[in-house]
Design a protein around this ligand. Structure first.
Ligand code: NOJ
Length: 548
C-alpha cells in the first residue's frame, strides 16, 4: 500500500510475471494474459504492490519477446488487446499496479521498419533507422568493426541485397534476430514517444526499460580495444557500445511524458531501468530527478554470500543512489539469473559440493534482508516459493538463444524460466489445463513439493515467509523511515535498524550465533530459539529502543 504522500513506486514490492511461465489460460502450454489474470488474486493475497509483465508484444519469440515486431499490439500467443485491458482493469481493481516491459534498444527482424530497410537498399532512409554499414575487406566480407554480441558471436550480420548479392551488415548487440535501432535518427525517438503514450492511455502505471544503458553507440562505431568484453562478462561492458551520454536525453524525454500523464490525473507513473553499469555511482546518473525514477540495483544480486560483501554493497547503494533522491530498487532474482537457492548453494572452496539445504536457507534469509531495506524491491515469480533452478533440462528442450550462440548449455537461462507449479502432484501442476507435459519447458516431478497449494497449507513454507514479511512491511511504521542504521552484531552477521525500533539481523555463518536482540523475533527465516539466530538465517524484531 502506498504510504500517504509518498509516491507508491518508492517502496513498492513488485512481482515479475514472466508471462510464458506464469500461468496458461488456453491450454497450449505457454503462459498468457488470461492465465495472468487468473493469477492476480494470488498476487493480491501474497501482498505485493503490483506486477511487471515481461514483453507480450507480437514477436517471433527468438528471445522470448525481447525481439519485438510491433510495439503497439499483443502477440496472439498471449492474447489480445481486449484481454490486456481486462488484465489492467482487474489488477487495478485489486489495488495492483501494472508495469510493462519496453524494449527500445533493438527490435525484431520482423519489425516492419527492418523489413522495409532490407528492401530499400544501401543509403536509403529506411536503412538509416538502424546501423547498416558496408563491410571491410576487399569484398566487404568482414564486419564493419570488431564488436561481439553480448550473447556470443559477432555483433554484425551480413544481409543479402534485393538482387541476391551479399550486401551490407547490420548491428545487433544481442542476437542477429534483434537489430539495434539508430537512436541518432529522430524518427526512432518520436516513435517510442508514441509507444509510451499508447500504453499509458491503456492505463499502465509505468515501464520496465530493457537495456536502458543501450540505445546510443559511439557515433563512429570504432573497433573496440577489448572486443570480447561484453561476451565474457555477459554484461554491458564495451564503453563504445553502451552508456553513451546521449541516452540521458531519452530518459528526460520519457520522464516528461510520464509527468504529463501524472499531472493530468494525479496518478504517479514509474520508469524502472535495467541499468547494468559497473558501479552504483554510474547508475546514479540515470536516476537524476528528471530521468528514470528507478533502476534495478544488480550489485546485490551478484554479491556472494558474505556479510562484509553484502554490507559494502548496501552501503554503496545507499550512498550513491539515495544521493540522487531516488530510492534503491533491490532485486535478487529475475528471468536472466540463476535462482537464489541454487546460487547460494554453491560451495565456496574448490571442489566443495553444492548444498541445496544451505542454499534454500540462505535464499530465505536474503529475502528477509532485502525486504527490510529502505526502497523498492522486485520479486521474480517462484521466488516466493523458494523455487530452485532446473539444472538438468534435456538439451533438446533448451530454448535460450544464448545456448545456440555459445554452444554452452550451462550459460542458458531456461532453468529459471520453467513454468510455475500451482497445484497437484504431476506436471503441469496446475500451470495449464492442457494435456500433461505440454508446458513449453518440461517441469520436473519434484516441482510438486514447491507447488503454491502445498505451500499455502504449510505455515513454515517459503510462501508464508514472504507473505508474512510483506504484511509486516506494510504495517510497521518504522519501515516507512527511509534511513538505515548499522548496528553491532557477532562476527559475520549483518545487523541494522530502521525507524524507531525495527531491527533486522542476518547470520551469514554455518552455525547459530547469539541474537543481537533479546526476545522472540516478529519473523524469522528459520526457527530462532533460545536467543539464537540460526545458521544462514535472518530475523526481524521490534524493540522499544534501538541498541547502540
Ligand atoms: C535483458 C532482458 O532481461 C533479457 O531477457 C534479454 O534477453 C535482453 N535484455 C535483450 O533484450
Amino acid at each position: 500500500m502506498p504510504i500517504s504522500g509518498v509516491p507508491w513506486w518508492r517502496d513498492a514490492v513488485m512481482y515479475q510475471i514472466y508471462l510464458r511461465s506464469f500461468r496458461d489460460g488456453n491450454g497450449d502450454g505457454v503462459g498468457d494474459l488470461r492465465g495472468a489474470r487468473a493469477g492476480l488474486p494470488y498476487l493480491a493475497m501474497l501482498g505485493v504492490d503490483g506486477l511487471w509483465l515481461s514483453p507480450c508484444f507480437p514477436s517471433p519469440q527468438h528471445d522470448h519477446g525481447y525481439d519485438v515486431a510491433d510495439y503497439c499490439a499483443i502477440d496472439p500467443l498471449f492474447g489480445d488487446l481486449a484481454e490486456f485491458d481486462l488484465l489492467v482493469a482487474d489488477a487495478h481493481g485489486l489495488g495492483l499496479k501494472v508495469i510493462l516491459d519496453v524494449v527500445p534498444n533493438h527490435c525484431s527482424r520482423e519489425h516492419s521498419w527492418f523489413r522495409q530497410a532490407l528492401k530499400a537498399g544501401p543509403a536509403s532512409a529506411a536503412r538509416a533507422l538502424f546501423h547498416f554499414a558496408d563491410g571491410r575487406g576487399e569484398y566487404g566480407e568482414l564486419p564493419p568493426n570488431n564488436w561481439r554480441a553480448m550473447f556470443g558471436g559477432p555483433a554484425w550480420t551480413r544481409i543479402q541485397e534485393a538482387d541476391g548479392r551479399p550486401g551490407q551488415w547490420y548491428l545487433h548487440l544481442f542476437t542477429p534476430h534483434q537489430p539495434d535501432f539508430n537512436w541518432r535518427h529522430p524518427n526512432v525517438a518520436d516513435s517510442f514517444d508514441d509507444v509510451l503514450r499508447f500504453w499509458l492511455d491503456r492505463g499502465v502505471d509505468g515501464f520496465r526499460i530493457d537495456v536502458a544503458v543501450g540505445l546510443f553507440k559511439h557515433p563512429e562505431l570504432p573497433d573496440s580495444p577489448d572486443p570480447t568484453a561484453d561476451e565474457d562478462a555477459r554484461d554491458a561492458v564495451n564503453p563504445l557500445a553502451w552508456n553513451q551520454p546521449e541516452v540521458h536525453e531519452v530518459w528526460r524525454r520519457w520522464r516528461t511524458i510520464c509527468n504529463a500523464y501524472s499531472a493530468r490525473d494525479g496518478k504517479e507513473r514509474t520508469l524502472v531501468g535495467e541499468v547494468a553499469v559497473p558501479a552504483p555511482a554510474d547508475q546514479a546518473a540515470y536516476l537524476r530527478p528528471d530521468e528514470l525514477h528507478q533502476a534495478f540495483y544488480f550489485d546485490l544480486l551478484h554479491t556472494p554470500w558474505d556479510a562484509a560483501a553484502f554490507r559494502t554493497r548496501i552501503d554503496a547503494a545507499l550512498k550513491d543512489i539515495v544521493s540522487t533522491g531516488a530510492p534503491v530498487t533491490w532485486v535478487l532474482n529475475n528471468h536472466d539469473q540463476q535462482r537464489t537457492p541454487t546460487r547460494y548453494s554453491r560451495g565456496t572452496q574448490p571442489g566443495e559440493e553444492p548444498d541445496p539445504e544451505r542454499g534454500a536457507a540462505r535464499a530465505r534469509a536474503a529475502a528477509l534482508l532485502m525486504l527490510a531495506l529502505p526502497g523498492s524491491a522486485y520479486l521474480y515469480q517462484g521466488e516466493e516459493l523458494g523455487l530452485v533452478e532446473v539444472t538438468d533440462l534435456p538439451s533438446e528442450a533448451l530454448t535460450d538463444p544464448i545456448v545456440a550462440a555459445t554452444g554452452e548449455p550451462a550459460k542458458g537461462r531456461d532453468g529459471c524460466r520453467v513454468p510455475l507449479p500451482w497445484t497437484g502432484e504431476q506436471a503441469p501442476f496446475g500451470f495449464s489445463d492442457g494435456p500433461p507435459h505440454r508446458s513449453w519447458l518440461p517441469q520436473p516431478h519434484w516441482f510438486a513439493r514447491y507447488a503454491v497449494q502445498r505451500q499455502r497449507g504449510d505455515s513454515g513454507s517459503s510462501w508464508h515467509l514472504y507473505r508474512d514479511a510483506l504484511q509486516l512491511r506494510r504495517s510497521l511504521t518504522s519501515l516507512r523511515d527511509a534511513t538505515l542504521h548499522w548496528l553491532p552484531g557477532p562476527p559475520d552477521t549483518v545487523v541494522f535498524g530502521r525507524g524507531s525500533g525495527f531491527v533486522c539481523a542476518v547470520n551469514f555463518t554455518d552455525a547459530p550465533v547469539t541474537a543481537p536482540v533479546p526476545g522472540k523475533p516478529l519473523l524469522s527465516s528459520l526457527p530462532c530459539d533460545d536467543g539464537k539466530l540460526a545458521a544462514n538465517s535472518a530475523a526481524w524484531w521490534l524493540v522499544n529502543r534501538l541498541p547502540d
